[in-house]
Design a protein around this ligand. Structure first.
Ligand SMILES: [Zn+2]
Ligand SMILES: [Zn+2]
Length: 113
């Protein structure tokens, strides 16, 4: 299956220790475009200027503190899986095959480190 991209809308922050569990639409901080996720385990922005594995992506929901080193945090398997499980409309739209492939990718990515 080739990569199929869905926008990260109504998606909670996947950073494990983050207490902010409100959903939001994620935009790229550099070019202000929407971000997208594929079942191949990648996230990209609308311009493709930023394209990386989920485990390498930095997340800033606005609740990680004001210092620049605190703002962008990486997700972990548990946090990301939880965020994905809450993204009901995405899961419904993408379908079970896509979701299973992504869950498998998340397992592989975060196991490696
Ligand atoms: Zn970008
Ligand atoms: Zn957060």
């Amino acid at each position: 299956m080739s990569a199929k991209w869905y926008p990260l809308d109504n998606f909670i922050c996947p950073v494990k220790k983050c207490t902010d569990k409100t959903t939001g639409s994620w935009v790229c901080s550099s070019d202000r475009t929407r971000t997208y996720i594929s079942q191949t385990g990648y996230i990209r922005c609308g311009t493709w200027n930023h394209h990386d594995l989920i485990c390498n992506w930095g997340w800033n929901c606005g609740s990680h503190g004001n210092h620049s080193v605190d703002k962008y945090k990486k997700a972990d398997a548990q946090g990301f899986s939880f965020a994905l499980s809450q993204a009901v409309s995405l899961l419904g739209e993408a379908g079970s095959t896509w979701v299973a492939a992504l869950a498998n990718e998340i397992g592989n990515q975060f196991d490696r480190r």
